[in-house]
Design a protein around this ligand. Structure first.
Ligand code: ATP
Length: 230
């Protein structure tokens, strides 16, 4: 569904991605793990059109989307939930949700809105509240809900567990699994991510150093100690 081949990207002189290959299967969660600075955020941002690639390709659902601008990538069905969620704290929950699907027809928006509120009931009772009154977990639900408002066929998520308590992290990861969507999930919380993913990739210094079914990564003591920190 999403295939990355030989992808490279840089921030000025810093080579952040160096020939990354990755495949995300339809309907499953694929995790990208690795230490700070490994290149995880750059990978997601390059896939979503927010960082221009220096080389390589990104294919999504039959299209070569390499280097497409972000709005075109979203309209094609790949939505990005950035680190910290990117919700606009001065706006209400309803306004943030609306932003996720501005270009869609009002019927499509209404249907997506109902769908999101059914998935995340805490948002339904807080529609008129400003986003900065939400708890960390609710804010992450809003970030995911806003991405769903665009009617995506796949989601890329950057560290949804960042700053959340362990129980709240568990809830968010379980919700992701319940979506039954194609998801590319970047996480520093490797153990949590691998508990919901079917496959995992480990990045180090912009390169893939391991790629295996999640259960195999969890069972590999050497790899867990060397790269995953647990
Ligand atoms: P983190 O978990 O800390 O977000 P990461 O695995 O997501 O780490 P990236 O943020 O993709 O890693 O960073 C990869 C490399 O690129 C690092 O060396 C980082 O310092 C560098 N980098 C990232 N963004 C920029 C930027 N805007 N300008 C310069 N260098 C950057």
């Amino acid at each position: 569904m999403l295939t990355v081949e030989d992808l490279s990207a840089a921030h000025g002189p810093v080579r952040a991605l160096d020939g990354v290959h990755l495949t995300v299967e339809a309907g499953a969660i694929t995790a990208v793990l690795g230490a700070n600075g490994a290149g995880k955020t750059t990978l997601l941002r390059t896939i979503s059109g927010l960082v221009p690639p220096r080389g390589g390709t990104v294919h999504f659902d039959g299209d070569d989307i390499t280097g497409w601008p972000p709005d075109r990538v979203v309209r094609r069905g790949l939505a990005h939930v950035p680190e910290n969620g990117g919700v606009i704290t001065e706006l209400t929950v309803a306004e943030n949700l609306r932003l996720g699907g501005l270009w869609r027809s009002s019927a499509q928006r209404r249907a997506a809105h109902e769908h999101v509120l059914a998935l995340f009931p805490p948002l339904a009772s807080r529609l008129r509240r400003r986003a900065d009154t939400l708890s960390g977990g609710e804010r992450q639900m809003l970030a995911i809900g806003r991405a769903l408002m665009s009617g995506p066929r796949a989601l890329v998520l950057d560290e949804p567990s960042l700053g959340l308590a362990p129980l709240v992290t568990r809830r968010i990861l379980d919700l992701l699994r319940e979506l039954r969507m194609t998801v590319l999930l970047v996480e520093q919380n490797a153990r949590g991510a691998l508990s919901v993913a079917t496959r995992g990739y480990v990045l180090e210094l912009g390169r893939v150093v391991a790629d295996a079914p999640a259960a195999d990564l969890l069972a590999d003591d050497r790899l867990r100690h060397a790269y995953l920190g647990f």
